[in-house]
Design a binder for this molecule. Structure first.
Ligand SMILES: *Cc1c(COP(=O)(O)O)cnc(C)c1O
Length: 429
């Protein structure tokens, strides 16, 4: 780790914390983050020449693994024609069409450059459509670093213990109402208290930013029903779940249709992207068609669109999702078994190819129960895994992502590394 250590020191002189996104700094788990030099398929190489089987996958986008030949080839051919025009290109329509065909609730989309922009714009749109200002979000859900949504947020905010950021105007924070995930009654109570003031409910249909927490049966359908009853919009933040839990997203898996869908991560195939979409009626409010202003210099960037198109085309091939499901189930079964064998209380939540091992007897069904997990144990676990060539997300409250590039050999090696890490933990506890 000599070179990574030196690079990290240099980075800290010029970048706050040496990083451009807080969780990457390893603040939550201690130690020096390996500086990554390259990636291919399921592996990443750090600057010191160590090889890891990667379960971060750039925090979700890389469902095909690193440098997938189809994506790289498509990018190379587009790259030579120029990187950005600030004018319409055919790639935007192609990706939009693929998305609208995959998500029945989405008739039109607007591309932006990050998931944060997608949720920020979706809120503005929901407020404009309903003429109301308040929104309901769930504790531990993360929707990017939008002011109004950095209230009791998950992801890095949960990791660093600052779930509500400094610098968020009180007036904005007050317009954000918070309920516990999987608690329909709390949502019902909030609506009953102010039936004509809530513009929208925004939810991660499968929470991934307090660690993976699936919706309980009826939760999403209940949100759909309550929002209809009170004439509010339902926003699914599918930035993680879109094309991760199924071709389409959580809405195709659970058969619940939101009014507005936010996308990002996978639809950009590893390049910066976001999108929001919905019915023609709702999207008709977006400029230049309507009065909701939203724009972007690099929005619909041809490289990002191309990486997205080639990724989604590959995902549409039959067998991709069943294979991910099968491999992830197998991997997690091994992790659970190893925990029992080592006598370490562990709850592994999984949905499709994303999962989180929580160091708690569980169950984990919302933010409070996720917070019962031992971050100390997770940190010790992570460092043992890194030593063994497995790269997990550097926080207890994040999702591990399996990609189509993870081989049976990778999974067996990971299970062995996990078993020995857990056995080691049990001894030092
Ligand atoms: C990652 C994420 C975002 C933010 O996306 P960025 O591209 O990082 O701005 C929003 N919502 C969810 C559910 C996410 O996981």
């Amino acid at each position: 780790m000599d070179r990574s250590q030196r690079l990290f020191q240099q980075a800290q002189e010029f970048l706050p914390g040496g990083v451009d996104s807080p969780v990457r700094s390893f603040t939550a788990v201690g130690g020096t983050p390996p500086f990554i030099r390259r990636g291919r398929f399921s592996k990443v190489w750090d600057e010191d020449g160590n090889i890891y089987t990667d379960y971060v996958g750039s925090w979700g986008p890389l469902i095909l693994g690193h440098a997938h030949p189809h994506v790289v080839q498509a990018l190379m051919s587009v790259l030579q024609r120029g990187t950005s025009f600030g004018a319409p290109t055919e790639t935007e329509t192609i990706l939009a069409q693929i998305i609208t065909e995959a998500l029945p609730s989405v008739e039109m989309v607007r591309f932006v450059s990050s998931g944060t922009e997608a949720t920020m714009s979706a809120l503005r749109l929901a407020r404009a459509f309903t003429g109301r200002e308040k929104v309901i979000k769930f504790e531990g859900c993360y929707h990017g670093h939008v002011d109004a949504l950095l209230v009791k947020a998950g992801s890095g905010a949960a990791t660093l213990g600052v779930p509500t950021s400094a610098g968020v105007p009180a007036a904005l924070a007050q317009a954000t109402l918070v309920a516990a995930y999987n608690d329909l009654e709390a949502v019902q109570r909030l609506f009953e208290a102010q039936p004509a003031e809530i513009a929208a409910v925004i939810v991660e249909p499968v929470a991934a930013n307090m660690g993976v927490v699936p919706p309980e049966p009826g939760f999403l359908a209940g949100l759909r029903q309550i929002t209809r009853e009170f004439d509010a919009l339902l926003i699914f933040d599918e930035v993680v779940t879109g094309f991760r839990v199924a071709y389409g997203g959580a809405q195709t898996l659970f058969h619940v249709e939101p009014d507005i869908t936010c996308l990002g991560k996978i639809i950009g195939g590893g390049l910066p992207v976001g999108a929001y979409g919905g019915s023609r009626e709702i999207m008709g409010l977006v400029a230049p068609l309507g009065p909701v202003y939203q724009a972007g210099t690099l929005s619909g960037n041809p490289l990002a669109m191309t990486a997205g198109i080639s990724t989604l085309r590959f995902l549409k091939e039959p067998g991709v999702y069943p294979r991910l499901e099968e491999r992830a189930a197998w991997l997690v079964a091994g992790v659970r078994e190893a925990a029992v064998e080592a006598g370490v209380p562990l709850t592994v939540n999984r949905l499709g190819s994303m999962f989180t091992p929580f160091f708690t007897p569980g169950p984990v069904f919302n933010y409070a129960t996720a917070q019962a997990a031992s971050t100390h144990r997770y940190a010790a676990f992570l460092h043992r895994l890194l030593e063994a060539g497995v790269y997990p997300p550097p926080s207890q409250f994040e999702a591990w992502f399996l990609s189509g590039a993870h081989t049976e050999t990778d999974i067996e090696a990971t299970q062995a590394a996990v078993a020995s890490a857990l056995a080691g933990l049990a001894q030092t506890a």
